[in-house]
Design a protein around this ligand. Structure first.
Ligand SMILES: *Cc1c(COP(=O)(O)O)cnc(C)c1O
Length: 219
């Protein structure tokens, strides 16, 4: 099936208020161009070098999102154009994004990535550390980031009961944090190729889909 038909098939299954992020990491610009021709404008990448190279080559009305682990020394390269950083998982990173955004005269939208699984390898904010940070009030000093919501990943397993429990935890964290922010805290990003229908059932408003659109990644 073509990229175009895969996108329209996925879109047909998503409620109208759920944003589809096409995860194009490790796929060539030709594949992104095909998705673009099908009307897709929101793309997610996980590595800064690849993201900036694609940004240079592709149409400027694409909304680029960073979804992978971000090192502070790489923030400057994406600050001028990034539309959403989904993978904010530390105070240090958030403060760095704030500084770099201010340098560019921008406000950068961010999601707080939370870690809810037992797996060591997954990135994301430890939920208790995140609560402590938010309770400290330090976030109110940051004027050039806008916290738009929460992102999370479920355990890598075929056991959909475990996946559902993870999504429900992420959704509960989003609800818990809502009173600390204004109405722009409206994004719950969860769900990938193998689990997005379940994520949507659990309240996801943004799904990040790679292999179901572009096929397996070309590492
Ligand atoms: C790669 C990636 C995805 C997309 O994964 P697929 O299984 O290919 O849909 C989604 N979210 C994050 C954070 C990723 O790194």
């Amino acid at each position: 099936m073509s990229i175009t038909s895969k996108i329209s098939q996925i879109r047909a299954t998503l409620p109208a208020d759920v944003t589809l992020v096409a995860v194009s990491k490790f796929h060539p610009v030709e594949a992104i161009n095909e998705a673009y021709a099908a009307g897709q404008r929101v793309f997610g990448e996980s590595r800064v070098q690849e993201l900036t190279a694609k940004y240079e080559q592709l149409p400027k009305d694409i909304e680029w999102q960073m979804i992978g682990h971000l090192q502070t020394n790489k923030v400057r390269a994406i600050a001028p154009f990034i539309s959403l950083i989904q993978s904010v998982d530390s105070q240090r990173l958030l403060e760095c994004i704030d500084r770099e955004a201010e340098r560019c005269g921008r406000v950068i939208d961010c999601l707080l990535e939370v870690h809810v699984t037992a797996e060591e390898s997954k990135s994301g904010w430890d939920v208790d550390s995140l609560r402590d940070y938010l309770a400290s009030g330090a976030i109110s000093e940051l004027k050039s980031v806008r916290i738009r919501g929460v992102m999370g990943m479920a355990t890598f397993t075929e056991d959909m009961a475990v996946v559902r429990a993870d999504f429900e935890r992420i959704a509960a964290i989003k609800r818990e944090l809502e009173p600390l922010f204004d109405s722009s805290f409206d994004i719950l990003s969860m769900g990938m190729s193998d689990d997005y229908p379940l994520a949507v059932e659990c309240g996801s408003t943004m799904v990040r889909i790679g292999s179901s659109i572009f096929g397996s990644r070309q590492y």
